[in-house]
Design a protein around this ligand. Structure first.
Ligand SMILES: [Zn+2]
Length: 592
């Protein structure tokens, strides 16, 4: 073949292919570049939104101002859109159009923020998805915002029993319907009732004489302390307890006399003493019954386990035989879950079904109910979004990973979706899940911090599964002190003295000595024992052949075993107390 032919063939055939290829590769690179830019944008906006939510809720801690959850969520949603449209590198288009939904998952239910058909007249269908706009007649208009709150609920039917269970992010449940005693409502915490022994409880006796044993941990009253800083810059440590969701402190320097009591709320950076009035009489009696020898003690931990045992026994006897097969959907058909717990009894708590452990049947079903509810309602919301959008793109719920579902079903979280933006040869479609572990919604099992102090009285706080903490005292010089607290007790608090003049304090400061965070678990957090292992009292490590070996066993008597036993005792007490203090009062319907 002549060389000219080869040249012609090259020009006619190879060159166009090469040019097309290089164009294609170039645009593929553009697509990937755009994709990662949108990913980064989505993650940033979701973080900003979660931060806004955290700041709003945590800052309300020391305030008596009624905390409006809807206001906090709307502020968080607005932070999301602001952050998303604040874009330099990405062409100025309204990215808002490409967000079919935001989902805020809270303690006992969730909000979907999206466009939806609203119904004139303000009809709401709170917790009743079956009554959503489709069945309500009226003057409809397009709206954007929070759809009605949806509870994590599931209906069960067996024989004459027909009831709905509202699940939460932890072991608290509310049951309403007929479970054998006519139509009634029951609320409480499900625990293994057999774990509570040695119960010493007389409702009319002194609360300081109450005691019980929860799975080898003795629980009675506890001394809780916080450091406070006031508007006049004075500061001190005070005993406290929580009553009706509010911390009440004890001022030993104040003699009780006249109308004044030594108990106060921390209000607007100063002490607001509780006065003797008719309305306060129950409260004052509650406080006096818990005061002894110049100290105020909390009985919340005891009350949590005592009430939970009572509740769990009752629930076990009434609906102990309910299994997954009895769960039905709104049409009355069996619910389809992606796990099969077979004939396991969901609400019969015992050592094989311990609701505090993540692998229990109760927990499996709880997570399935939450997931199913969110999936169903979100699929509808996103599909509806197509109706309000001018593009030809069909909005659809992407597949969330198992890991993301595990986050969503166990923690307060925000799920955001961004889809339908043309990026070269395809459409962008992704989602982002950000969790929040500092909020007033839930005390997660990982969010109990253990405090140690050394011989110089320097205090340090740790994750319960910290491996440095787990070492015997003789090795590290660490020493467990009196108590463990929820992670919120370690956040910096701000006192506003005047415009531009702020002071800061940490509630876990003692004798004016600041507490520090452990380098091994808090600062450099990674390799820790899961909370499940602390609850079970057995820490597990992998040997060289990747087999499980028991590192420490709280029932044994080696030095690491004793250390675990000690950590576990403080952990179990704090978990009950912090949960009791947060919900029994904060969420009114959890009356137990
Ligand atoms: Zn640590």
């Amino acid at each position: 073949m002549k060389i000219q032919y080869i040249a012609v063939i090259f020009i006619i055939i190879i060159l166009p292919i090469a040019m097309t290829m290089s164009y294609y590769i170039g645009s593929q690179i553009d697509t990937i570049k755009l994709q990662s830019e949108y990913n980064a944008k989505l993650i940033d906006a979701t973080y900003d939104s979660m931060n806004a939510f955290q700041i709003n809720t945590v800052n309300n801690r020391y305030s008596s101002v009624a905390n409006s959850k809807i206001r906090d969520i709307e502020a968080a949603a607005s932070a999301f859109y602001t952050s998303l449209s604040d874009s330099e590198e990405i062409a100025k288009q309204d990215l808002r159009e490409y967000v079919p939904a935001l989902v805020f998952t809270l303690y006992d239910g969730y909000y979907i923020y999206s466009k939806y058909e609203n119904v004139y007249g303000g009809n709401t269908a709170i917790g009743r998805p079956e009554l959503d706009s489709t069945t309500l007649k009226g003057e409809e208009y397009e709206n954007e915002g929070l759809k009605p709150y949806i509870y994590y609920s599931c209906r069960f039917q067996k024989g004459q029993k027909d009831f709905v269970v509202n699940f939460t992010l932890d072991n608290a449940i509310t049951i309403y319907g007929d479970i054998g005693e006519g139509y009634k409502t029951y609320s409480g915490y499900l625990i293994n009732p057999n774990s509570v022994t040695n119960l010493n409880y007389n409702e009319n006796g002194s609360p300081l004489s109450w005691s019980l044993t929860y799975d080898k941990v003795n629980i009675g009253y506890e001394l809780l302390t916080e450091h406070l800083l006031f508007e006049d810059s004075s500061q001190n440590d005070y005993d406290y307890l929580v009553y009706n969701g509010q911390k009440i402190y004890y001022d030993t320097g104040v003699a009780s006399g006249g109308n004044k009591t030594p108990y106060f709320y921390y209000q607007n950076y100063s002490k607001e003493y509780i006065t003797r009035t008719e309305a306060n009489s129950t409260l004052i009696e509650y406080l006096q019954n818990r005061t002894r020898n110049n100290h105020l003690y909390s009985t919340s931990s005891f009350e949590y386990y005592q009430k939970a045992q009572d509740f769990s026994r009752k629930i076990g006897s009434l609906i102990g035989n309910i299994t997954q097969a009895d769960a039905i959907n709104q049409e009355g058909n069996p619910m389809q879950f992606s796990v099969n717990t077979g004939t396991d009894k969901i609400f019969l708590a015992n050592s094989n079904n311990d609701p505090l452990l993540s692998g229990s049947t109760f927990n499996e079903i709880r997570m399935q109910v939450i997931r199913k509810s969110i999936e169903t309602n979100l699929t509808t919301a996103i599909a509806q979004y197509s109706m309000f959008n001018n593009s030809f793109y069909e909005f659809r719920l992407p597949v969330l990973t198992e890991e993301d579902w595990s986050k969503v079903t166990n923690q307060v979280s925000l799920i955001s979706f961004l889809q339908g933006i043309s990026i070269g040869h395809k459409y962008y479609n992704n989602y982002c899940v950000i969790t929040n572990d500092k909020n007033e919604e839930i005390v997660n099992e990982e969010n109990i911090y253990i405090i140690t102090k050394n011989s110089q009285r320097q205090r340090e706080y740790h994750l319960p599964g910290c491996k440095e903490l787990a070492k015997p005292q003789t090795e590290t010089g660490l020493q467990i002190v009196d108590v463990a607290y929820s992670n919120l007790s370690f956040l910096r608090q701000t006192v506003r003295i005047s415009e531009g003049n702020y002071l800061y304090f940490y509630p876990q400061t003692r004798n004016n000595q600041t507490i520090t965070s452990c380098y091994h678990c808090m600062v450099n957090a990674t390799d820790v024992y899961p909370a499940d292992q602390i609850i079970e009292g057995k820490t597990i490590e992998k040997d060289n052949n990747w087999n499980d070996v028991v590192k420490a066993d709280a029932t044994k008597s080696g030095s690491v075993d004793k250390r675990l036993k000690e950590i576990r005792e403080y952990y179990i007490r704090a978990l009950g107390r912090e949960r009791y203090d947060l919900y029994s009062t904060n969420i009114g319907r959890f009356s137990m």
